[in-house]
Design a protein around this ligand. Structure first.
Ligand code: CA
Ligand code: CA
Length: 116
Protein backbone atom coordinates (compact mmCIF):
# COMPACT_ATOMS: atom_id res chain seq x y z
CA UNK A 1 0.00 0.00 0.00
CA UNK A 2 1.27 3.42 -0.89
CA UNK A 3 1.46 6.34 1.38
CA UNK A 4 -1.22 8.88 0.61
CA UNK A 5 0.22 12.20 1.54
CA UNK A 6 -2.41 14.01 -0.43
CA UNK A 7 -5.40 13.26 -2.55
CA UNK A 8 -3.64 14.28 -5.73
CA UNK A 9 -2.09 12.01 -8.28
CA UNK A 10 -3.33 8.63 -7.17
CA UNK A 11 -6.69 8.46 -8.81
CA UNK A 12 -6.62 8.27 -12.55
CA UNK A 13 -9.27 7.11 -14.93
CA UNK A 14 -8.28 5.72 -18.25
CA UNK A 15 -10.09 3.76 -20.86
CA UNK A 16 -8.46 0.60 -22.11
CA UNK A 17 -10.08 0.06 -25.45
CA UNK A 18 -7.98 -2.78 -26.77
CA UNK A 19 -6.05 -5.54 -25.05
CA UNK A 20 -3.72 -7.72 -27.11
CA UNK A 21 -1.73 -10.79 -26.16
CA UNK A 22 1.67 -11.79 -27.43
CA UNK A 23 1.27 -14.99 -29.45
CA UNK A 24 4.64 -16.38 -28.34
CA UNK A 25 4.67 -15.63 -24.63
CA UNK A 26 0.94 -15.43 -23.96
CA UNK A 27 1.56 -12.26 -22.03
CA UNK A 28 -0.51 -9.16 -22.42
CA UNK A 29 1.06 -6.54 -24.60
CA UNK A 30 1.59 -3.02 -23.33
CA UNK A 31 -1.67 -1.15 -23.39
CA UNK A 32 -1.71 2.40 -24.61
CA UNK A 33 -4.82 4.11 -23.30
CA UNK A 34 -6.32 6.37 -25.91
CA UNK A 35 -9.29 7.77 -23.99
CA UNK A 36 -11.45 6.74 -26.88
CA UNK A 37 -14.87 5.67 -25.82
CA UNK A 38 -14.96 8.10 -22.92
CA UNK A 39 -17.32 10.48 -24.68
CA UNK A 40 -20.88 10.32 -23.48
CA UNK A 41 -23.36 8.58 -25.68
CA UNK A 42 -26.41 10.75 -26.05
CA UNK A 43 -29.44 8.85 -24.90
CA UNK A 44 -32.49 9.08 -27.04
CA UNK A 45 -35.07 8.47 -24.40
CA UNK A 46 -38.04 10.18 -25.92
CA UNK A 47 -41.32 8.82 -24.67
CA UNK A 48 -44.31 8.16 -26.89
CA UNK A 49 -47.00 10.66 -25.95
CA UNK A 50 -44.57 12.96 -24.15
CA UNK A 51 -45.01 16.05 -26.31
CA UNK A 52 -43.17 18.49 -24.06
CA UNK A 53 -40.20 16.21 -23.45
CA UNK A 54 -40.36 15.94 -19.65
CA UNK A 55 -40.41 12.12 -19.76
CA UNK A 56 -43.89 11.79 -18.39
CA UNK A 57 -47.21 11.62 -20.21
CA UNK A 58 -49.78 13.79 -18.51
CA UNK A 59 -52.36 16.55 -19.03
CA UNK A 60 -49.66 18.99 -20.15
CA UNK A 61 -48.95 16.75 -23.12
CA UNK A 62 -52.64 16.65 -23.89
CA UNK A 63 -52.64 20.44 -23.92
CA UNK A 64 -49.62 20.49 -26.23
CA UNK A 65 -51.23 18.14 -28.70
CA UNK A 66 -54.45 20.13 -28.61
CA UNK A 67 -52.57 23.36 -29.33
CA UNK A 68 -50.82 21.62 -32.19
CA UNK A 69 -54.03 20.34 -33.72
CA UNK A 70 -55.59 23.78 -33.38
CA UNK A 71 -52.65 25.22 -35.30
CA UNK A 72 -51.44 27.34 -32.40
CA UNK A 73 -48.06 25.62 -32.37
CA UNK A 74 -46.42 23.86 -35.31
CA UNK A 75 -43.92 21.66 -33.49
CA UNK A 76 -43.16 20.03 -30.16
CA UNK A 77 -40.05 20.42 -27.99
CA UNK A 78 -38.95 16.90 -28.86
CA UNK A 79 -36.64 15.62 -31.57
CA UNK A 80 -38.66 12.84 -33.07
CA UNK A 81 -42.07 14.37 -33.55
CA UNK A 82 -43.64 11.36 -35.27
CA UNK A 83 -42.26 8.86 -32.76
CA UNK A 84 -43.60 10.88 -29.85
CA UNK A 85 -46.74 12.22 -31.46
CA UNK A 86 -48.22 9.55 -33.69
CA UNK A 87 -49.93 7.49 -31.02
CA UNK A 88 -51.62 4.98 -33.31
CA UNK A 89 -48.69 4.82 -35.74
CA UNK A 90 -50.73 5.63 -38.84
CA UNK A 91 -48.25 8.19 -40.11
CA UNK A 92 -50.26 11.23 -39.07
CA UNK A 93 -50.70 13.33 -35.98
CA UNK A 94 -54.37 14.21 -35.79
CA UNK A 95 -57.54 14.09 -33.68
CA UNK A 96 -57.36 10.31 -33.40
CA UNK A 97 -54.07 10.63 -31.56
CA UNK A 98 -55.66 13.21 -29.29
CA UNK A 99 -58.47 10.76 -28.53
CA UNK A 100 -55.94 8.02 -27.80
CA UNK A 101 -53.97 10.30 -25.50
CA UNK A 102 -57.16 11.18 -23.68
CA UNK A 103 -58.01 7.49 -23.33
CA UNK A 104 -54.53 6.80 -22.03
CA UNK A 105 -54.74 9.58 -19.46
CA UNK A 106 -58.11 8.25 -18.34
CA UNK A 107 -56.67 4.79 -17.91
CA UNK A 108 -58.53 3.31 -20.85
CA UNK A 109 -55.29 2.25 -22.50
CA UNK A 110 -52.32 1.04 -20.52
CA UNK A 111 -49.60 1.76 -23.06
CA UNK A 112 -48.62 3.99 -25.93
CA UNK A 113 -48.49 3.79 -28.86
CA UNK A 114 -51.95 2.29 -29.08
CA UNK A 115 -52.45 0.22 -32.19
CA UNK A 116 -55.65 -1.71 -32.59
CA1 CA B 1 -44.78 15.35 -20.86
CA1 CA C 1 -51.80 8.98 -35.68
Amino acid sequence: MGQYSSGLGYHRETCIDKVEFDANTGLMKVVVPTLEGVAETPLNVEVVGDYNGDKTVDAIDFAYLKQYLLGKIDSFPVQDKMFVGDLNMDGEINAIDLAILKGYLLGKYDKLPYVN
